[in-house]
Every structure is written in C-alpha cells, then in structure tokens.
Design a protein around this ligand. Structure first.
Ligand code: BJW
Length: 231
C-alpha cells in the first residue's frame, strides 16, 4: 500500500467556479503578478492588493467543494496508509469537502498575517489598508498568502513526506511555479510512482510516469475508485 502524497493546484477548484491563474481569461490575464502577488506590489499599493484578495475571499466563501475534492477526502478516510494533501490553493474546499489534514503551502484566504511581527489571526471578510495587528498594533496586516519571492509554508514537512511516498499525484497544476513544480522529481528520486491528472499536459508532464487528461471532477473520482478497488 504505502503513503500517497497529492499536490493540488487551481485546476481542482475550477469546476467549483474559482478561476485559475494561467488558463485563458485566468487571474493573471486580469491582474499583473508584480502588482498583486509580490511583497513589493503590496508595499507599493496595499489597497489594490487588499481589493484583489477581498474579492477572491468573497468568491471563495460562496464556492462549494466538487467531486474531486470529495473523492480525495474519501481516499484520505479509506486508504489504509497515510494520504497527505498538499495544496497550493488558498481556498478551503478540501476541508469543506471532508479532508482532515491539508497542508496549505501558499497560505489561506482565511488568514491574516502581520508583516511586522508575523502574528497570524483569522482574516475578516474584508481587509483594509493600515489595519492594526491585534498583538503589536503595527498597521501592517496582510493576507496570509505566499507571494513570489517568499518561502512557502511547511517545506520541511512536505519534503519529508515526498521522501517516504509510494505514490505522488499532481492534480490541476500547471507546473510553472517552484518549489511545487519540482515535487515530482523529489518523489521520483524516492522511488514513488508518479501520476499527473490535468485538463491538458502541464509544463512538467514528461516527468511523470503516467498522465491522465480530463476534468478533475471525472478523473479524480475514477483514480480514487481504482486505488481503493485495488487494495
Ligand atoms: C484543470 C481544470 C480542470 C484547469 N480539471 N485540471 C526561476 C526559475 C525557477 C524558480 C524561480 C525562478 N525565478 C523565481 C523563481 C521562484 C518562484 C517561481 O516559481 N517563479 C516562476 C514563475 C518561475 N517561486 C517563488 O518565488 C516561491 N518561493 C520560493 O521559491 O521560495 C524559495 C524556495 C527555494 C527552495 C525551496 C523552497 C523555497 C513562491 C511562489 C508563490 C506563488 N504564489 C501564488 C499566489 C498565492 C496566493 C494566491 O492564490 O493569490 O500561488 S502565484 C499562483 O501560482 C498561486 C498558485 O498556487 C500558483 C500555482 O498555480 P497553479 O495552481 O498551478 O494554477 P495555474 O493557473 O498555473 O494552472 C492551472 C492548471 O489547472 C492548468 O494546468 C490547467 O490545465 C488545469 N486545469 N481546469 C483539471 N477542470
């Protein structure tokens, strides 16, 4: 059997109505990355960055988990060994879909972070410029998400899991953002079987043992059924 490590990206939430970043008409077609997803952009224009994340927080709060999120939760509950879900997504659809342990390597829309003292707290639905940190009172509250140039969260834990994985799956991610894009190589070096599930082959598709194409709401439940049926 063995441990299964699953990396998810924006594609798994696309059929829940949340936009991806790099697909046609995606978030990066509407906003400049440098303006809304870097610490420098936040320093230049915090109002714009809060506006971007406030809108996404409202949209994410209305979204419902889809069949792919629910299938992964079922796998986590029924697989006899550990199933680790590492998501790059800042929504909470894995959790509302029933998953119990989720590593949010790029943070969450539900979190606020003090840029001065690193204190974290639950974000209000709308964050505002100059909102004070509840602990140090500095007016430096920001969304608790990981921007370009910042260190993603829980990297030591993730690399430990990759080193002991029997199966590694990447679902709905373009493979264009590091370090997540390199997880498949880490897992392969540890002897894991690797599989990509995506609408179309990602940038790193040739690095996987197997690639399954189609919408996540179809491919993921089918893949999970196969794993659980083969036990
Ligand atoms: C479907 C579907 C359906 C659609 N069914 N599928 C030069 C070389 C290498 C690296 C670097 C470099 N220069 C700079 C870097 C590092 C940089 C980086 O990677 N830059 C690249 C642009 C080159 N990375 C960083 O800065 C990271 N930090 C870092 O590296 O720290 C140092 C370090 C070193 C070593 C170890 C550890 C650390 C931080 C990256 C932070 C990314 N932040 C964002 C914003 C987060 C908050 C937010 O949500 O706003 O994270 S950017 C954005 O991209 C977001 C996503 O999580 C991330 C990945 O996107 P994702 O999920 O793959 O979405 P898309 O849109 O790209 O793809 C969607 C996919 O779904 C597609 O494949 C579709 O086909 C598919 N799809 N519908 C199935 N229905």
């Amino acid at each position: 059997m063995g441990k299964i490590v699953i990396l998810t990206g924006a594609g798994i939430s696309a059929e829940s109505g949340l936009g991806t970043f790099r697909d046609a008409g995606g978030l990066w077609a509407q906003h400049r990355i440098e303006d809304v997803a870097t610490p420098e952009g936040f320093a230049r224009n915090p109002a714009l960055v809060h506006e971007f994340y406030n809108a996404r927080r409202v949209q994410a709060a209305k979204a419902l988990p889809n069949a792919a999120h629910k299938a992964l939760a079922r796998l986590q509950g029924d697989w006899p060994d550990e199933v680790v879900i590492v998501t790059q997504n800042v929504d909470n659809l894995h959790e509302t879909g029933g998953a119990e342990r989720v590593v949010h390597m790029h943070g969450t829309l539900g979190g606020a972070l003090c840029a001065a003292c690193d204190h974290r707290w639950a974000a209000p639905p709308e964050m505002a410029v100059d909102e004070p940190c509840p602990v140090c009172k500095a007016p430096t509250a920001r969304p608790d998400v990981v921007w370009f140039g910042e260190m993603p969260y829980d990297m030591d834990t993730i690399y430990d899991h990759l080193a002991s994985a029997s199966v590694f799956a990447a679902i709905g991610t373009s493979g264009q953002v590091y370090p997540a894009a390199a997880f498949v190589h880490e897992a392969r070096m540890s002897g894991a079987e690797t599989i990509e599930l995506n609408l179309k082959p990602s940038t790193g598709a040739s690095g996987f043992d197997k690639v399954v194409l189609g919408p996540a709401t179809e491919t993921v439940p089918h893949w999970v059924d196969g794993l659980l049926g083969a036990r």
